[in-house]
Structures are given as C-alpha cells and as structure tokens.
Design a binder for this molecule. Structure first.
Ligand code: ZN
Length: 487
C-alpha cells in the first residue's frame, strides 16, 4: 500500500520524459553549409532539433529512437510562402458550397498533400477566415501555417472587384475607404472605420505575420480598377513597419512592380509577365532591367509564381488530369468529377469562344517568355528569390497542393535558377524574409524539427524533390506513402 503510494507520487513528480529521435546515416543538406554536404546525424527532442553532428561513428544517445537515414539526404522542411488554403482547385466558391462532401474530402487531404511534397510550412497570403485556418490547424497532420490575415484592399479594387457588390464587403471586410468613390461604397461603412491605420491594426490583431496589399488595374471583365496612391501606399508601408508586419504586394506588371519597389515593398507576390508598352520587345528591356536592379539592391523578396500561368494552361494539356501524382493528392471522387465536362467549367475562362487548344497554348507563350527572361536576369544576379506557388491562384485545377510546388521548381529550373537558388528560396530565404528564421530554414540546434528525407540530392537534380521518403513535422515522422490520398 505504502509502496504503491510512493510510486504514484514519483510518477507525478518526475518530469515528463523527453522523447528523442536520432536520425543518423544521412547526408545533411542545410542552406548555411552547402559547401559541407556530408554524412551526419541529427537529434530531435520533442519538436526541436537539439544537436547536429557532422561525421560518422557517433553513437545514438541513450534512450533515443534511432532512425537509419540509409545514406539519403536530409533537408530542412520546405516553405511555400504563397498559398490560399480556403480555395478548392477546380471549383468556384459557389461550387464548393454546393458540393460540400467533395470539398470536405478535399480539405481533409489538402494539408497532407503539402506534406507529401515536403512542404512543412505554408504562408496563406489571404486568410479571410480565421475559423477555417484554425480548422486546418486542428487536423492531425498539417504543415505549420502562418498567414497575412485578411488582405487590405482599396475599396472596390482588386481582387474584391471580382465579387458581386452585394457580397464584396462581407468577403473583403478589410478595405480602405476611398473618398473619391463615396457613391460606390454602401452608406453603412463609415470612412473613419476604414482608414489605413484601422486596416493595419485589424490585421495585426488577427495574429498575422504579414500584410497583403495589391497594385492591380485588373483584367478580363474588370479593368481600370482603383489602386492605391503613392501617398496611401507610403502610409500603409509605415504602419506595417510599426506593427512588425512583412509588407507583401501583389503585382505582375512592370507598372505595378515599379510602384511597389519605389514604395519600399518587402515581398513582391508574383513574377512579371506584363511589360506594358514593351510587351513585344524580344530582349529584356532596359527599363525592366533597371527596376530589377533595384529589386536586387534592396533585397526585395521575389516570388516568381510561374504556376499561375501554367495552372491555366493545364486546361489545354490533354495529359494533365492523368498525371499519376494527382491520384495521390486528390480524393478519387473529386478527381473523377474534374474529368467530367462540368469539372472543366473553368476552361471557358481560359479559352475564348471557338479558340483551339493550340491557340490558347500559343497565346501563353509570350507572357511565359517574358517571365522567364525576368527570372533569368534576377538569377544571374542572385536575387532574393522566395519559393511561392500561389496555390490555387484561380479556380484552376492546374494548381493542386504539393504537386504545384514540384512543378514550380521545374519551371524555375528551366527559367535559369540554379538548384542552389531553388533550394535556398524554399528554405532560408523564405524563413528570413518572413522573419521565421529563428525557428525555420536550416538544420541547426534550436530550430523546429521540420525535416525532409530524400533519396536523391536536391542540389544534383530538381527531380530529387519527388524522391521523398519521410517528412518530420515538429518532430513527428510521416512516411511519404502514408500521406497519399486514401491512406
Ligand atoms: Zn495569391
């Protein structure tokens, strides 16, 4: 009796046993030491890396679970700094509301699909619904999620203008009142509640790490949209600085990127595929070069997001929906639906009426060429590339979580980025630019144990990113196969 009580009290007083994992016999690939890729071992305690040993022959610490890395390559978890978790690829918001079972099955798999391709951290640049983000965070396996909260838009500007006015103000709750548009803003919204200061404060209060803004005059049915003035942008920029929010601006044209760079943006959310009056220039124009030189000089984070255009092109790629990877990443019923005429509804937005698939592909060549030329120039001067897919950038089925990242890496490679630039973009550059490098981006003691074990070296071939064996999220391992749909 006495003894039992003694044991009971011992159990209560003893500190919780730390769980330790010793990953050994691996080649360490960490961005701060790319000149020293050699065999080593990593000790994880609970959710952190506590020791990193280079060299072989070190014994596993007593009590640690030993994991044999089989001579494979261990990298920090990959970071995708531009995603939209709430949107279902291939579906409009109305469709995902109507087909709730399919959408829910998709959302259950979605965080696992990111992990399947090694993305252990994602940054949602337009997290309209805190409730939804919390729902994903409550799932048993998911990447670390950071976000920019609700985007700060100018009244009736991009992207809110694409939503019907009756719904616009409910979906884009954080907007800046523009006195010049007094007649177009419902009277219930008072100017004093929608100032830049109130807007930035709302994002800060929502625990965001960044602030998403836009400079976009529009396209398709919505052109000549209102945009911020330089003075308004400067005010927002200063408020973001004071609040410690990373300032991110959407813009994919020479005009918009010039505006943002002159306004001291920290992260440009897209590559540049529109050169305005210079669109037909075959060579990279001097005006573009001069702007890109400023991007390099100011170390502005540059998110190429080439999959925005390739994601549209998927609708005229007869093989896309048969990619074996899609069956691993999407619930079977959803993949089957995407192959029906109804599931192809978005093709109407991609192709003009009567336009052949070949003509659509041809039409995309010029913007893709411009984008590649910009990236090649930035790569030649080692710009601060941030790996970012913009998944999904539209209701396209061409932007599926996980696979979209792998495709983007191949695009970046063919645009002229080196394997080292791609690797850094997806690890340390993203971590630094979003002020997460205390926890993420390298394999070093003290950092969060987000790790990826690959059979091949990501510095030898971009295809290494499709040879993942195991992913650790905050110290918890998941075999890649177990992350596939239907597992
Ligand atoms: Zn986006």
């Amino acid at each position: 009796m006495k003894l039992t009580r003694l044991f009971a009290s011992l159990l209560i007083c003893a500190p919780a046993m730390a769980s330790q994992t010793w990953i050994t016999n691996v080649k360490l690939v960490s961005p701060e030491k790319l000149d020293r890729i050699e065999a080593g071992s990593v000790l994880i305690e609970n959710d952190r890396i506590v020791r990193v040993e280079r060299g072989t022959g070190k014994a596993a610490p007593k009590g640690a679970v030993r994991v044999d890395g089989k001579g494979y390559y261990l990298t920090p978890g990959l970071i995708d700094s531009h995603v939209h978790l709430f949107a279902v690829p291939g579906m409009s918001f109305e469709q995902s509301e109507h087909m709730q079972d399919m959408a829910n099955a998709y959302f259950t798999q979605m965080p696992r699909s990111y992990l399947y391709y090694g993305y252990t951290t994602v940054i949602d640049l337009a997290a309209g619904s805190r409730e939804f983000i919390d729902r994903v965070k409550a799932m048993p396996l998911h990447p670390d999620i950071y976000d920019c909260g609700t985007p700060l838009v100018i009244a009736n500007g991009y992207p809110s203008a694409f939503i019907a006015p009756v719904k616009r103000y409910q979906m884009f709750t954080n907007f800046i009142y523009d006195p010049a548009q007094k007649d177009k803003i419902p009277a219930e919204y008072k100017p004093e509640d929608y100032t830049p200061a109130k807007g930035v404060a709302r994002v800060k209060a929502d625990h965001a790490i960044c602030l998403k803004t836009h400079y976009e005059r529009g396209f398709g049915s919505q052109r000549n949209l209102p945009v911020m003035s330089p003075a308004m942008y400067a005010e927002v920029r200063e408020l973001a600085r004071q609040a410690g929010l990373v300032m991110v601006t959407h813009g994919n044209s020479l005009e918009s990127q010039t505006f943002a760079v002159n306004g001291d943006v920290e992260v440009l959310a897209h590559g540049m595929w529109h050169w305005g009056a210079l669109n037909n220039s075959k060579e990279l124009p001097d005006e573009v070069k001069q702007l890109l030189d400023k991007v390099i000089e100011k170390k502005i984070g540059y998110q190429p997001t080439m999959q925005v255009l390739y994601g549209l092109r998927a609708y005229v790629d007869p093989d896309y929906l048969n990619s074996p990877a899609l069956a691993k990443l999407l619930p079977p019923a959803m993949l089957a639906w995407l192959k029906t005429p109804e599931g192809n509804w978005f093709k109407e937005e991609v192709a003009e009426e009567g336009e052949t698939d070949e003509a659509v592909r041809q039409g995309m060549e010029a913007p893709l060429r411009r984008q590649r030329q910009v990236l090649a120039y930035l790569a030649s001067k080692n710009a601060n590339f941030l790996f970012a897919t913009d998944t999904p950038s539209s209701p396209t089925y061409g932007n599926i979580p996980g696979l979209n990242g792998y495709l983007e890496m191949q695009n970046l490679r063919s645009a002229g980025l080196s394997l080292e630039q791609i690797f850094k973009a997806a690890t340390i550059n993203n971590a630094r630019s979003f002020h997460l490098d205390k926890d993420l981006g390298t394999i070093e003691p003290g950092k969060v144990a987000n790790l990826v074990l690959m059979k091949e070296s990501p510095l030898k071939d971009v295809r290494a990113y499709d040879t993942i064996d195991t992913v650790w999220v905050r110290g918890k391992p998941a075999a890649r196969d177990s992350l596939a749909a239907g597992q």
